[in-house]
Ligand binder design. Structure first.
Ligand SMILES: [Zn+2]
Ligand SMILES: [Zn+2]
Length: 453
């Protein structure tokens, strides 16, 4: 079979990335993620797909592709698709974000999953603290500089800068032709030069096809052009200006952001206090030679929530949580040191402030993407209500995980492929605007329709 690419997700949408590569007898899935609004027309927090029906309730609405020899026996119970020996040779993941790997839980455990070494540490931390979609799979890991072959296809992973460590793009050599896949990328985070490395490597391989994300390719980009280094500058000012408690909501697996806020807290003479889940992740990543992380118990302390007995008794905590009790900080500890603390507070932990009872006049930093849909707007209203109730000032401060539109143009121009296939975007047609950047053809993908190289 001549090489081809089939998109089963990430088409006209930012989430749900699933790309099948076929070459001779080899079939490899590049990412296998969950859609952001996946099935929201049919399912919500009340109406949920039934576990007893395996993947059947998702097949019903086209939320998973019906590919033979891909799914586990469990996933196929009660569905028309019959379980068979694997026909897909591997799943190769660009990074550990749900929109790229969330659906691997349905994949046959016999099918190996390839991911970056750092992504496998993120998986291990998640696995130990609650569960990971990769739990049933044998992982094969890589770093930049490696190459690996799956059947007739050769993969060259090259790191990119993104809002989670261990993010990669790939140069994929097929029997006839070469494809480059960007994964999710930006240039304005902690390590923009890594994305430049990907461009160089991709350019030198003269790819026939560039599969590129375009999250922020849009007539109106609401994400703003803040860089991670300007987040640090502004955070230092905000934290220094505050005399009371500083609270911030941010993604605990965004290690650039953890480092940024650790530096901001230190510069202002404060102690950063993170959640147990983030602490578990930092401990896991301290052995990764490629990244530096603050030390748990020394550089950052860990917030301890009251559980069952309400008395911070060891027995209330799960095994993995108990090791943090020694460097633990409780609500009453924070109350005593409001002006010396910078507390990481996930939105679902907001009720903790009822125990902390901070004085009014504190600072709240919303360090996440601003609301872009109805659900996000509902949450934004809730957060405002909480900060108003506390009498805290509200600040939005965030650098996006994705490149702004001109930087996507820079990627296309730098790689200079023969054909561009935009995915992970709501506006693939706007890629025409980059036509000044070379003589490539634009191919807007359709779901399940194969594209030749
Ligand atoms: Zn991502
Ligand atoms: Zn993504």
């Amino acid at each position: 079979m001549p090489p081809k690419l089939t998109c089963y997700g990430g088409v006209g949408e930012i989430g749900g990335n699933k790309f099948l590569l076929q070459d001779r007898d080899t079939q490899v899935l590049l990412d296998f993620g969950t859609g952001f609004s996946d099935g929201s027309a049919y399912f919500d927090s009340v109406i949920k797909p039934r576990g007893v029906n395996g993947a059947g309730d998702l097949f019903e609405f086209g939320l998973l592709p019906e590919i033979e020899g891909l799914y586990s026996e469990d996933a196929l119970q009660n569905t028309v698709l019959k379980h068979s020996d694997p026909k897909v040779d591997a799943v190769v993941l660009s990074h550990y974000h749900w929109d790229h790997m969330g659906r691997v839980e349905y994949v046959d455990p016999e099918i190996p999953v390839y991911c970056g070494q750092t992504a496998s540490l993120l998986h291990q931390a998640n696995s130990e603290t609650g569960g990971s979609p990769l739990d049933d799979h044998k992982l094969k890991t890589f770093r930049t500089g490696d190459r690996f072959r799956i059947g007739s296809i050769e993969f060259v992973p090259v790191h990119v800068d993104h809002s989670i460590p261990g993010a990669y793009g790939f140069i994929v050599h097929m029997t006839e032709g070469t494809l480059a896949y960007t994964g999710d990328f930006r240039f304005h985070g902690g390590a923009g030069s890594m994305t430049e490395d990907f461009i160089d490597a991709a350019h030198h391989s003269s790819p026939d096809l560039l599969l590129t994300e375009g999250t922020r390719v849009s007539a109106e980009d609401r994400r703003g052009n803040t860089t991670e280094s300007s987040v640090l500058k502004e955070a230092i000012q905000m934290v220094k200006a505050s005399k009371k408690l500083v609270l911030s909501t941010f993604r605990g697996n965004d290690i650039d952001r953890v480092n940024t806020f650790y530096k901001a807290a230190s510069a202002a003479g404060r102690q950063l206090v993170v959640s147990m889940k983030t602490a578990a992740l930092l401990e896991k990543l301290k052995d990764d030679g490629g990244i530096s992380v603050p030390r748990v118990g020394k550089d950052v302390l860990v917030y301890v929530r009251r559980k069952r007995s309400g008395t911070l008794d060891d027995k209330d905590y799960r095994q993995w949580e108990r090791r943090f009790l020694d460097h633990g900080v409780s609500a009453s500890d924070i109350k005593k040191r409001e002006g010396e603390t910078f507390l990481h507070l996930d939105a679902w932990n907001f009720p903790e402030v009822i125990d902390i009872k901070p004085e009014s006049g504190g600072t709240y930093i919303h360090a996440a993407t601003e609301a872009y849909n109805e659900e996000g707007e509902e949450e934004a209203v809730l957060i405002r209500n909480w900060t108003d109730h506390l009498g805290f000032s509200y600040h939005q401060l965030h650098a996006s995980g994705h490149a702004p539109m001109p930087d996507v143009g820079r990627m296309v121009r730098g790689v200079s492929p023969k054909k561009v296939v935009p995915i992970h975007t709501e506006h693939p047609e706007l890629f025409m605007g980059f036509r000044g950047f070379g003589k490539w053809r634009l191919e807007v993908p359709s779901i399940s329709k194969p594209i030749g190289l």
